[in-house]
Design a protein around this ligand. Structure first.
Ligand code: FAD
Length: 394
């Protein structure tokens, strides 16, 4: 089995490495994003007229860029709600004017989005959502509540799902609307997390307004539109990232003393490290398998491995965080840093193991809980009988 990308890609890798080496470390994020797009490294699949690089589909090049950029000193990733969700959704289901108006500023971080899906009582069973929107002349009028809305305070815009057809079946009655956050009637309230940080919020709507044409797709098509971004999903697997985290764990085990010896010499710690390393290798192999399939243009292999990746990556992440937390011992009593969303770092020294341990509790819930991933993998992937559904057809 040949696991090398090939000489053409080695040249490309060197080119990207050189670009990163020549970029001044104090460059502003916006300038970095612009330069990387002009060079054809970022936003490769997005047409130039929407601010992308418009390069031919090449998942291996995308993976090389991601790996090198992730390991660089530049903070280049924007919130997942922006580049990972609304951009692909508009590319797939948006009107042309919506793509022209919203995608270019989003790609540069000038427009920040939050995702208004979950509500109290509508998380896993999202189609039960109750926040409503009704047309009043040329505007939608929105009422109700969203919850767990990440980054709502920083966001200038929200994309969300609202019940616009109260008489329709629960999935058929939902529309996908865009709206501005800074307006009367819209109240954003922080939720304090277990780490002490506040990264997600409750959002209350009291006659909030948005133009009638800020709807993506047609009325009642919100459920279909919300799933449109899956087709554009470019995350081919978390193997390299898990490897980086494992390296940080290993170096922690080597630098922490237990009974006068590095913890990595302790047979029980070694056993746990070996088990995790085995899992990380599996994840890396799955990533390569998916990458090969994507390079061959096998689209069918995209959605299901994505769910497996999420579930499996979360579980390995939990094991890494748990062992790191066990190794730091009494230092675990210290308060977490509260600094970032996800304090996963590539080095043991920089990793806040308390924060990482607490954050992992959320990873298995965010973007669809692990149980729900298992249900979907079982039903759609393995053809198992469907789970019991409540509250109407699923
Ligand atoms: C860090 C983080 C960020 C988030 N950001 C956002 C955001 O920006 N915007 C947004 O809209 N939402 C966001 N969410 C919300 C997230 O999508 C929901 O928390 C998630 O879908 C689960 O919904 P719930 O919290 O209502 O839990 P519930 O749906 O009430 O689930 C509770 C438990 O029951 C289990 N369960 C439920 N149904 C089934 C079933 N049929 N079979 C088996 N088990 C089941 C679940 O697995 C879970 O363990 C975020 C969540 C987290 C943790």
């Amino acid at each position: 089995m040949d696991l090398e990308y090939g000489p053409e890609y080695d040249v490309f890798r060197q080119e990207v490495e050189q670009f990163l080496a020549e970029t001044p470390e104090d460059i502003e994020r916006r300038s970095f994003l612009l330069a990387a797009t002009e060079r054809g490294y970022l936003y490769r699949h997005i047409p130039k007229r929407f601010g992308g690089a418009e390069e031919p589909f090449d998942p291996i090049r995308e993976t090389i860029v991601s790996e090198l950029f992730d390991a660089s000193p530049f903070s280049w990733r924007l919130g997942p709600q922006s580049t990972g969700m609304i951009v692909p959704t508009l590319l797939e289901a948006g009107a042309d004017w919506q793509r022209e108006q919203f995608i270019p500023p989003t790609l540069l971080g000038d427009a920040i989005w939050c995702q208004g899906y979950s509500e109290p009582g509508a998380g896993s069973d999202l189609a039960s959502l109750r926040a409503t929107a009704h047309l009043d002349g040329e505007e939608w009028v929105i009422n109700g509540q969203k919850i767990w809305t990440s980054d709502a305070e920083d966001a200038g815009f929200m994309f969300g799902m609202f019940r616009t057809e109260p008489e329709a079946d629960k999935h058929a009655g939902i529309s996908y609307l865009l709206l501005e956050m800074n307006q009367p009637g819209l109240d954003v309230r922080p939720l304090r997390q277990i780490t002490g940080a506040t990264h997600f919020y409750e959002v209350f709507f009291d006659d909030v307004r948005t133009p009638a044409h800020w709807i993506v797709g047609e009325r009642g098509e919100g459920w279909r539109v919300a799933r449109a971004n899956l087709k554009h999903e470019r995350n081919l697997g978390g193997g390299p990232r898990l490897r980086q985290r494992f390296r940080a764990l290993l170096s922690l085990a080597q630098s922490t003393l237990r009974n006068g010896q590095p913890a990595s010499q302790d047979p029980l710690v070694r056993q746990r490290l070996a088990e995790i390393e085995g899992e990380v290798r599996c994840a890396e192999t799955m990533t390569l398998r998916r990458l090969s399939a994507a390079a061959r243009g096998e689209d069918g292999l995209v959605v299901l491995p994505l769910l497996v990746n999420k579930l499996y990556g979360t579980e390995i992440g939990e094991q890494i965080a748990q062992l790191g937390f066990d190794l730091i011992g009494d230092d675990g009593l210290l308060a977490p840093t509260r600094s970032t969303w996800n304090t996963v770092s590539t080095s043991a020294e920089e990793t806040d193991w308390v924060d990482q341990y607490l954050f992992e509790l959320a990873s298995g819930i965010a973007a669809g809980s692990s149980n729900i991933q298992r249900n979907v993998i079982g039903e759609r992937g393995l053809g198992l009988p469907r789970d019991l559904r409540t509250g109407g057809p699923a």
